[in-house]
Design a binder for this molecule. Sequence first.
Ligand SMILES: *[C@@H]1O[C@H](CO)[C@@H](O)[C@H](O)[C@H]1NC(C)=O
Ligand SMILES: *[C@@H]1O[C@H](CO)[C@@H](O)[C@H](O)[C@H]1NC(C)=O
Ligand SMILES: *[C@@H]1O[C@H](CO)[C@@H](O)[C@H](O)[C@H]1NC(C)=O
Ligand SMILES: *[C@@H]1O[C@H](CO)[C@@H](O)[C@H](O)[C@H]1NC(C)=O
Ligand SMILES: *[C@@H]1O[C@H](CO)[C@@H](O)[C@H](O)[C@H]1NC(C)=O
Ligand SMILES: *[C@@H]1O[C@H](CO)[C@@H](O)[C@H](O)[C@H]1NC(C)=O
Length: 764
Amino acid sequence: MAVSWHLGALMLIFFVHIIAAQTERKIYIVYMGALPKDYEYSEDEMSVESLHHDILEEVLEGSSAKESIVYSYKKSFNGFAARLTEQEQQKIAGMEGIVSVFQSKTHKLHTTRSWNFMGLSETVRRQPDVESDIIIGMLDTGIWPESKSFNDEGMGPPPSKWKGFCQNITCNNKIIGARFYNSHNTYGEDLSPRDTEGHGTHTSSTAAGREVKNANFYHLARGTARGADPSARLAVYKVCWDDGCGDADILAAFDDMIHDRVDLISVSLGLEMAIPYFQDSLSIGSFHAMKHGIFVSMSAGNSGPASFSASNVSPWTLSVGASTIDRRFTTKLTLGNQRSIMGVSVNSFATEKTFVPFIFGANGAIQSDPSTVADADVCMLESLDPKKVKGKIVYCNSDMSEGEGPYEAGARGSVMIAYAETDNAFTYVLPNLVLTKDAGKEVSKYLNKTRNPVARIHKSEAVFDRKAPQVVSFSSRGPNYITLDVLKPDITAPGVDILAAWSPEGSISGWEGDKRQSKYNIISGTSMSCPHATGAAAYVKSIHPSWSPAAIKSALMTTAFPMDHSGSLDREFSYGAGHINPKIAVNPGLVYDATEADYIQMLCNQGYDAMQLKLITGVNTSCPNATLGSSSDLNYPSMASAILKPTNFTRTFPRTVTNVGPPNSKYKATIKSNHRVNITVEPSILHFKSAYEKLSFTVTVTLLGEPLDNFNIIPSSLVWSDGKHRVRSPIVVFSFYDSELSSDEKYTVKRAMYSEPSVPVPSP
Ligand SMILES: *[C@@H]1O[C@H](CO)[C@@H](O)[C@H](O)[C@H]1NC(C)=O
Ligand SMILES: *[C@@H]1O[C@H](CO)[C@@H](O)[C@H](O)[C@H]1NC(C)=O
Ligand SMILES: *[C@@H]1O[C@H](CO)[C@@H](O)[C@H](O)[C@H]1NC(C)=O
Ligand SMILES: *[C@@H]1O[C@H](CO)[C@@H](O)[C@H](O)[C@H]1NC(C)=O
Ligand SMILES: *[C@@H]1O[C@H](CO)[C@@H](O)[C@H](O)[C@H]1NC(C)=O
Ligand SMILES: *[C@@H]1O[C@H](CO)[C@@H](O)[C@H](O)[C@H]1NC(C)=O
């Protein structure tokens, strides 16, 4: 009896579960590609929207189109977001005219956990009149409009092309657009583009903040804060909220940004891994932006150092990794025996005047059972006993928390031991520093040997880092998970311990209990490097307003500083073409240009379905030459190719360069090649007779000797030079013999690829 009752209950639960899965509505994106031909937004807005309603009415059961629809995308591309059941979404996916249907996922901000190095001086050559016509669209957490970084002193009215507007907050001639998108509002946040988090204010001021003298974070990093383009305009599109940034909202913002006529878009958010282009709102939105001549820069992600961890990898955007600048923050711990030990953190709290008791977290456990002691050892929340740790500095055997455990228990400070690298410094809710494992051993020895151990934590100091720039450990790495033969990330830019404007309502450390308020904050992430690249791109555009997004990207990539690769197994997979160098990027000599048709041909070559591509472009695409080509044929400023089998290997890279320098110029090719490959360039001399002339050449890479072991990276480079310009492209071939694996298996390989200690990476 009892048995059958259980069974019955189980079946009932199972049954209810199925019914719930069938009737539960989630937000799905229905992406339909380009708008119908000859379509004018203002006239046909209703007809596209009614098309969306018709599709919905056809499939909806127990709901109406009006109830179900979340957004109708109809200004810049075609599609909609709607609340659908599993069954309804499947029906739509099977209809004609649909590119993809996917559930609205939540993207995360690309800052790290809590979250004049570039050579672009204040006196650099500028065209302020043109710069002030440039509008940078920020896809982020909104903005704090009252920040001094966004004052509009001396700025004229917005450029006449501008069609955007401001919701709720009062804009000025610096912030000319501010809108918000929130299809869920889980936490009942204020519906407004005002930034209560800090991230969007930080990224906006990095890209285009005005000059603000004496900016600092509790006297740290004091100096003049400014963005790359102080005269450019900002248009903010708030899509990120307490629970992240939803696909449905992201696409609605892209639909508006393109229509509003922004010139560049900066995206410091993403998923933790790359997914196919037309299942990803950021790739879809940026594709249509590119079609409209809008440059899009995106953070590569903070999931490094694992291989294949770069998440924003579409070839029509610039993917930006994060590297250090020559200023780092160190924090000193002085022990009772007067020994001082250096750690890292951005500690704004004043140096302790007196020594305070110092205790192992494990000795401060709230209970004596092994599991609580283990939690206390790493200072987890609710594991420490306030009676034991109040007023003391706690030694935490991990740096995976933000110091909230000791803070909650009333500790005076904490000392954490780094799980991995100490190449970037965080801000904590209480005085804190992070030590390497070795330094941690020394401190724990002192704690063990001393009867009444004491210590004091100093305020952080800025120090000069001569090794900079180096790609930081958390910065996401290639290869490109979606298109192996397009190198990603493209470039690296400053993203470690960056000072920029902050929202006074935002938590300094990311921890709610943090009572500090600051108008400027120091944080790290590819979120911070991305707006540096956006700003650099805007600077190039201000000098060359007519250049295409691909030309601007090429200029940034081919003029990048080659990076020092010592200690970097991933080499080009961490920094792409190198470190951004905006001052030189305005004068690249040659550019590798590309149009929508080139990207479509690349997608054809990669095996994307011609029918899908036809919808996306709105023109008849038949992928005629797909079987003849490979994705490495794309006219990209870098060259990459995966070797998929351990056999002999030859790959040709057809490329075309456009002369953007003086009319009559002769360029000569120089190859710096790895000893495992033979690289030829044909022709190796390009003689341009006029400006904007295009000339083509072919690079052929042949593997020499025995086939490679799996997971080898063979780096080389090509430089075209006319004696004045150096147009540099990295050439990367790498062995990857598991490309047929399912994505789960690929993920395992991805980790193996990084941890493989014997990866031989010969120098060029
Ligand atoms: C912003 O405006 C919208 C209507 O446009 C309103 O619903 C919302 O409550 C406003 N938010 C705030 C914080 O005032
Ligand atoms: C200090 O003592 C703890 C146990 O209380 C032990 O785990 C740790 O290894 C000791 N540290 C050193 C450096 O001896
Ligand atoms: C589109 O291309 C296909 C294949 O090349 C062709 O058969 C068809 O007629 C074309 N349609 C239009 C409208 O051009
Ligand atoms: C396709 O290949 C043919 C022959 O190789 C060439 O003439 C034609 O231009 C190619 N078409 C495209 C779109 O690349
Ligand atoms: C490299 O290739 C070129 C052209 O095919 C050839 O002439 C040359 O001998 C090759 N070099 C090596 C080292 O194989
Ligand atoms: C691969 O190339 C080597 C010389 O580089 C040659 O000896 C060998 O026969 C080639 N193997 C195949 C399968 O072509």
